[in-house]
Ligand binder design. Structure first.
Ligand code: 0O2
Length: 267
């Protein structure tokens, strides 16, 4: 197939990956802004390389004309979570979306692969609108924890290095490492509540500080200079020795002043 034909095939997949990444990243960012826990830690995405598409087509005896139907992961999104419990939340979230329809799913979290691979895979149908017109295409969404991702990334690069024939000794070590990743996930789940509380209060404090700095900056142009200098030094004092409650109370007072000057804005 000529490169121009590949370009026409792959452009919608590139767009799908970009759009899906933005959509899942927005969920994480919105939760953080609202000081809420995000089951999504971060998101990556890629369009499969032409050489990998051809390799897979050859391996599975797929004709060039059936590539788009039969290779489901030309567009690939990876959603990384902190805890195993988050994976189910993300799966439910995907199933509830109106802009993607689930075609199939594979749960390698409960059904670990013989290699030790763990991850939750969902194939979705997704509509894109490009300069070439509208198109419904398939995308693979892999959902896994940080520990699962660490293991899979290393194992994938070793497979690449050894051209899929990893020496027995290394296979055994990888299998032990997969077990260690499983134990790590299990231990993190056990102290999940403590970790979540610590992260939530850290996020809450960061958001208040960001709000105060933003409002101070807005007031700088219009507010009473002496009042601002006094609030600024109170802010510095609280930052050094004060509590989160004092920061929250200062933020509320500043908000009222900003309302008076009509300079409220979001960070
Ligand atoms: P790449 O380079 O990541 O794109 P299918 O892809 O459905 O035709 P399969 O194996 O039945 O073939 O599907 P499965 O099991 O859902 O695997 C799809 C993808 O999951 C793989 O894509 C890998 O990304 C990942 N994966 C599956 N098993 C393993 C594993 O043992 N180790 C690692 N590191 N990743 C795995 P590709 O196209 O194989 O590779």
């Amino acid at each position: 197939m000529e490169i121009q034909q590949w370009r026409e095939i792959l452009i919608p997949y590139q767009q799908a990956v970009q759009e899906l990444k933005v959509k899942f990243e927005s969920i994480a960012n919105e939760n953080r802004k609202l000081s809420q826990y995000s089951p999504i830690e971060y998101v990556t995405g890629r369009v499969k390389k032409i050489s990998s598409i051809l390799e897979k087509a050859q391996k599975k005896a797929i004709s060039l004309s059936s590539i788009e139907n039969e290779i489901e992961d030309i567009a690939g999104i990876r959603i990384i979570c902190q805890f195993v419990e988050d994976i189910d939340k993300v799966v439910e979230f995907i199933k509830s979306r109106k802009d993607m329809q689930v075609k199939s799913e594979k749960n390698y979290v409960s059904n670990t692969k013989p290699s030790g691979y763990r991850s939750y895979h969902i194939i979705v149908y997704y509509d894109v609108h490009t300069a070439l017109g509208a198109k419904k295409l398939q995308a693979e969404i892999q959902i896994r924890t940080l520990a699962m991702n660490f293991w899979a990334t290393i194992e994938h690069s070793l497979k690449y290095k050894y051209e899929k024939n990893i020496p027995e000794k290394i296979v055994e070590r990888l299998s032990n490492a997969a077990h260690a990743a499983y134990v790590l996930d299990r231990e993190m789940s056990r102290i999940r509540i403590e970790i979540l509380e610590a992260q939530k209060s850290f996020q809450y404090k960061s958001n208040i500080i960001a709000d105060i700095l933003n409002t101070l900056q807005n007031l700088n142009h219009v507010g009473n200079k002496n009042e601002i200098v006094s609030i600024q030094s109170e802010f510095n004092r609280i930052l050094e020795k004060g509590t989160v409650e004092q920061l929250a109370s200062l933020s509320k007072r500043l908000d009222v002043i900003a309302q008076g000057y009509k300079v409220q804005s979001l960070t």
